[in-house]
Structure formats: C-alpha cells, structure tokens
Design a protein around this ligand. Structure first.
Ligand SMILES: [Zn+2]
Length: 220
C-alpha cells in the first residue's frame, strides 16, 4: 500500500474508533474551545504536543518550526502568538525543544551551500552557539555539547518571547501568560522544565519600551 493511502485509511479507522469510544466526540470537537496553553515546538516528526502530554484535541494551541524558535521576523509565528495571547487568552506559553535535535546539530557545523533557507533559519542558533561557545565546548562529548545548545536555545527563546510586544502588552494588562522552557528526552519520553518566567518578570531595561516616549508622541 502506498504511504498516503495508508494515511487516509488510518484516518478513517481513527475516526471510527473515536466515535465508537465516545459517540459525542466529534460533536464536542465542533464546539469552540479555549486552550490554556500555547506550545512552541520543533517540527521534528517524533514529537507531538498532544501525544507526549496525553492531552485531547482542543487543549493546546500549537506552533512548530525548525528548532522551536521564537522568530520575531516570522509573520506566521507572530500571528499565532498574537492569536494565542489576545484572543485565546492563554495562561501559559511553553517553548519545548528536545535532546538530539538534528537542527541544533546542523547549526553547530558548517552551512551547506545547497540549503539556502535552512541556513538563514539556523543562523540564530549559530549566534547562540557563538555567544555561549566556551560554556558549550567545555562539555565532554559531542552529544553533551549538542544537548547543552538544545537547552541554551530553549532558554534564549523564552527570553525572546518575553521581549515581544505581544507579551509585554499582555503583562502590562494583567497577570498572564507565564512562560516556560521545556526539554523533551527522545530517549525516555520525559519532559523537564529548564526555564520559567512568571508574567510580569522584569526585563533587562534595554528591551523595555519607553512608555513615556510613546505617551509624548500620542500628545503631539
Ligand atoms: Zn528538533
């Protein structure tokens, strides 16, 4: 059987199984849901937010990209973030990376000339490696060095998230969302928390908005 035919066949089997187990499953799914969590994960095919957390459809709003980046030039990401924060009013945002991430390994080596867009995307990861090079290279094995950069990338993305205007606006308006950095172990399936920023956490002043300036501008 061709791979795509198998997917469609498995889809029918899944739909029948769900309906058999809970006849109201699809009726409930049609109702609007307000997920509490926004998950920013890696596109890696081995990690699915709902599978590894045993959550049901409707519980987690998801954005995935290569190496779970908070890319503030990416309209797709920014639109998803704005929707999650301003419309779904999520209470938590999770940046979840994973040990053994192939993109992180790729970013630690030379760029391949035939991967024009991948190279551009991985550039931000290379920057994190460069900034923490001494710390990362002090690890005793290639695997440990990769995993160190996996963790530092997650921590960096949590801070990037805090610096976005969407999060800063939400934090000024109320007490959500909290930001979390999680790392998933492909070897054991376990998620560990390695970073967290409560709503309203102070930023380095260089990332803060000069509200006084914006008030003055409005008056002009
Ligand atoms: Zn990955």
């Amino acid at each position: 059987m061709k791979p795509l035919e198998r997917l469609l066949l498995e889809n029918k089997a899944w739909a029948q199984e769900k309906a058999a187990h809970d006849p109201e499953f699809f009726d409930k799914l049609r109702q609007p849901r307000n997920p509490d969590c926004f998950w920013i994960g890696c596109s890696d095919s081995r990690i699915h937010a709902d599978q590894v957390t045993q959550t049901e459809p409707g519980e987690i709003f998801v954005h995935r990209n290569i190496a779970n980046q908070v890319a503030t030039m990416d309209m797709n990401f920014l639109a998803a973030l704005e929707y999650a924060v301003d419309f779904l009013e999520v209470k938590h945002i999770i940046v979840c990376g994973h040990y053994g991430c192939g993109s992180i390994k790729a970013a630690m080596g030379k760029a391949r000339p035939d991967q024009l867009f991948i190279n551009k995307w991985l550039k931000y990861i290379k920057d994190i490696y460069r900034l923490h090079r001494e710390n990362i290279d002090a690890e005793s094995s290639d695997e440990a060095r990769h995993n160190k950069l996996v963790e530092l990338n997650i921590i960096e993305q949590v801070h990037n998230l805090a610096q976005t205007s969407v999060i800063q606006r939400a934090w000024r308006a109320g007490s959500r969302p909290d930001l979390r950095g999680w790392v998933y172990g492909l070897h054991d399936g376990i998620i560990k928390e390695i970073a967290s920023l409560k709503a309203g956490s102070p930023l380095d002043p260089i990332y803060e908005q000069d509200l006084e300036f914006s008030t003055v501008k409005k008056q002009l």
